[in-house]
Design a protein around this ligand. Sequence first.
Ligand SMILES: O=C(O)CCC(=O)C(=O)O
Length: 290
Amino acid sequence: MKLPADTQKVFNPDSGAHRRDGLNYRLTDEEIVQFREQGYLVLDEFMTEAEVSTLDHWFDHFITGKQEGMGRDFCDMSQPYGTPVEEFRLVNAVLPTHYCNELKNNIYHQIASNVASQLYQEDKTVMDYDQFLAKKPGKEQAQFLMHQDLGYWPKTKNTWTATFSLALTDSDVENGCLVVLPGTNKESELRAHRPVSYGGSDDLAQNRDESHTLMIESRDTDKPIYLPVKRGSVTIHDERIVHGSGGNTSDIWRKTYVMAFRPEETVNEERAMGFTHSHNDDVKWETFIS
Ligand SMILES: O=C(O)CCC(=O)C(=O)O
């Protein structure tokens, strides 16, 4: 697939490993403004190869289904729950640090946490959830349908979020890199989200019980931008930007490690509602949908 003419990555000429000072990746003022105004950011060479390689083993452990006791937290985001593992296309392992002590406070967490503090200067942010996502090669339907993250989450007083996505493989249009609609984070209303209905039902709770996936309808005015990144680089998006990703038509995997940071008070509010981002949460979905 060729990059459409109006899609281009916003490169930061000053990005790279030399911007790191220990665990601190220094953001420029322009990047902080871009995140606020456009709803996303790309940071090249966020982590060194030596750092990224400490995560590979655990990523593959989860994505190949070796972690026990995950229930619905190990699933396919492009197919209903119950799909046989060998038929998975968009493999999703939610909350790996919850399930695996070795991943707690890992090097990615520490570096991303520092950057989240630079983006949110008002108060303390904490990691809300993390997620491993992998697209198998040659799976055109391994699509992450367009959505806004807030469409998936309960209403909280403060919605601020910075969701990092660390590339564990090079990621481009062919293997299904992230796609964003810049500036949609500024739309006054959240777009209408609906669950994907595999069984043809209109029943919300039933559909959310069938699959976790929500979708929005695209608009003629939508102008998607693809965010190709090299292994070790990150994209960061906010909670309102419309985004998703295409299928994998290439012969290589796309692997990414997602980690979301939110103000501590927001995470406490979610937990008080019984919401942990686990697909095993007992949630009243009808109170969520915008
Ligand atoms: O990386 C992707 O394919 C989509 C991930 C996503 O939608 C998210 O992290 O909110």
